[in-house]
Design a protein. Sequence first.
Lengths: 143, 143, 81, 81
Amino acid sequence: MIRLQTAPIETAELIAAVRGDGDGAVALFLGTVRNLNRERRVLYLEYQSYEGMAESELERIVHEATGKFTISRVAVIHRTGRVEIGEASVGIAVSAPHRAPALEACRFVIDTLKCTVPIWKREHFEGGAVWIEGPEGPPPPGS
Amino acid sequence: MIRLQTAPIETAELIAAVRGDGDGAVALFLGTVRNLNRERRVLYLEYQSYEGMAESELERIVHEATGKFTISRVAVIHRTGRVEIGEASVGIAVSAPHRAPALEACRFVIDTLKCTVPIWKREHFEGGAVWIEGPEGPPPPGS
Amino acid sequence: MKLRVRFFASLTDLTGTVSEEIEIAEGADVAQLWTALAERHAGLRGMDYRPMVACDRVYASWSTPLAGVAEVAFLPPVSGG
Amino acid sequence: MKLRVRFFASLTDLTGTVSEEIEIAEGADVAQLWTALAERHAGLRGMDYRPMVACDRVYASWSTPLAGVAEVAFLPPVSGG
């Protein structure tokens, strides 16, 4: 299961989507919105995604994880729009026969998601808002 | 929160027990009962614990994890008595400002729990039951 | 040929738009498209990095030819999770 | 002095009990207690490994003296999780 949604993430749904009777482990990761970022008080975050491409990049990551680790199923839900402090912006569940690959694949999916999936967050604070963007690439040609 | 219980584990309770507004990550691990073990069809498991000592060993592990990793809170629930196929026998939740220590501490807690916490499982299968016990130590003195 | 261009995150602030159509020469590549866009949008000319690019929702490079492409998206460093 | 002894997992099958009281000499250690238990329970004599031991719910060693200890537990290799 891969989904972008504006509604809050239900962890029970993520777990139910991956759980199987042959599995001995389920690893779950939730990225949650912090009330502080770089010592600035955050009011809420707002997520923008490139619809269609975000889902297909997530599919690619899940496919890569399934090839790399001995796991059974992966489910990923990412919020879009406004996400409040303390809420989960992303939830990842991985099931596997044994615990080590479940936890390692969960780590791989969140790490890769943060590098490649076209989703951006805008941080809203008292008096303004800024786009938070990852480490920058090389300058544009001719600049 | 550290608890042994006969009732099914509610993951929402584990997550609520650790989540804080300053945290950016929650890692959760569920150990679930497999329907097959060493190619034998399992009917259900039965967990026995050394009450009092199991909890204090878990406290010790949580304390060690909190010293070792930059994490906020840890919650552990382990079932005792009969646990059905597909149900979680153990649930561990760890919150942290950042994702890497949350996932690493979760791994540390389950790995250490499996080595030191006085809990044993008895596997029930068609026609019998056996105690599952970890790797054995040296022979008793004088044997 | 006609293309749809999409901007995301800070690029929408720099261009004042999330999406626009542009007419570009047959045989142009992504770098040439960017040059044309920078002529339209002063905000893009001051950028100190080159964004990632996707052609029809698949990551591409700045030398990717645009023949047969319907939608090009410029993607600032992502920050999901 | 009087002690409570607890057995777990396969040790309950080998001894036929989960708990019993035993009278042991002042100054005895865990290893001496085990020898006394093995005299009572034939099942313990055939064991090919030495279980872990806890004194008053804290891991101890086979040379731990039993003075002041109320409860000794013998613990097969654990298998929780």
